[in-house]
Write a protein that binds this ligand. Structure first.
Ligand SMILES: C[S@@+](CC[C@H](N)C(=O)[O-])C[C@H]1O[C@@H](n2cnc3c(N)ncnc32)[C@H](O)[C@@H]1O
Length: 266
């Protein structure tokens, strides 16, 4: 994914201003980029899989599953995966990858989730929460569909990156949106993200009833060193995404225990 910090003066397509975050219109381009690039294939996905760890027999909800790359990896490791996404275009690619038997549904994460309480052992949310202004209702729903003792494993744009790349810089302590033009497999598209301070993320998790278990700033997969020598060096020395493991307490009183956050770097 190549990033240009400011919106261009001319729209990406002559047909008129494109809709922001319109994954349906660039699903193929995004999926092709995501499949083998350094950022997703050798950094984000391996980091998520390492945090999720042993998944055999676990019921996992992949929230914002996109074209199903993480779902496929989890399924290959023995998980029973359900994928949801707001984009029918992305879900069509996930369907192609995962087959007709896969449980894939169009769901907007701003809406209530169409699942029973305690339906899942884990929820994974890769690079999707930063599309939402208000995390409260979404996290409450994720907490509801997780069984006690279940986990939410999430990756987001690192809040310090989102703050530092803007010129002029926003008020760090406010939740603000920013836009930019991104290129996926040669297709330029307008995107908009919601940035918030780090404490607003951890506050939102705990307000939804989660206990913070891990904060991770991982390194890229060493296997990518030879494939992307220059970018590998850059990614190993700069922050990009931030990863969380949150636990749904086993009992209501459990959530009032002493916080047990473990900062895990690397
Ligand atoms: C950056 S892509 C990540 C896809 C996938 N998780 C991965 O890592 O390969 C973000 C995905 O979130 C989806 N998405 C964005 N906003 C959403 C929302 N409000 N509800 C559900 N899905 C959403 C997009 O359609 C897209 O598939």
């Amino acid at each position: 994914m190549d990033r240009v910090t400011d919106m261009p003066d001319t729209p990406a397509r002559p047909a008129g201003p494109a809709q922001v975050n319109h994954y349906d219109s660039f699903a193929e381009a995004y999926a092709a980029d995501n499949e083998n690039n350094l950022l997703n294939a050798y950094y984000e996905r391996p980091a998520m899989l390492a945090l999720v760890a042993e998944v055999t027999g676990r019921r996992i909800l992949d929230a914002g599953c996109g074209s199903g790359l993480l779902s496929a990896a989890l399924r290959d490791r023995g998980a029973d995966v359900t994928g949801i996404d707001a984009s029918t275009g992305m879900l069509a690619l996930a369907r192609r990858r995962l087959g007709n038997d896969a449980d894939l549904r169009v769901v907007d994460l701003s809406d209530p989730l169409p699942f029973a309480d305690d339906a899942f052992d884990d929820v994974v949310a890769s690079l999707v929460l930063h599309y939402l202004e208000d995390w409260g209702p979404t996290l409450a729903e994720m907490r509801r569909v997780l069984r006690p003792g279940g986990r939410l494993i999430a990756s987001v744009q690192h809040p310090f990156v989102d703050y530092a790349i803007q010129d002029p810089r926003p008020d760090y302590f406010e939740t603000t949106s920013y836009s930019g033009e991104f290129t996926f497999s040669g297709q330029s598209v307008p995107m908009r993200f919601w940035r918030r301070p780090l404490h607003a993320m951890t506050d939102a998790f705990t307000a939804a009833g989660f206990r913070l278990s891990v904060i991770s700033e991982p390194q890229p997969d060493p296997a990518a060193r030879e494939l992307f020598p220059d970018d590998f060096h850059a990614l190993s020395t700069q922050i990009a995404f931030l990863f969380f493991v949150l636990e749904a307490p086993l009992s209501p009183t459990d959530s009032n225990d002493q916080p047990t956050a473990t900062a895990r770097f690397g």
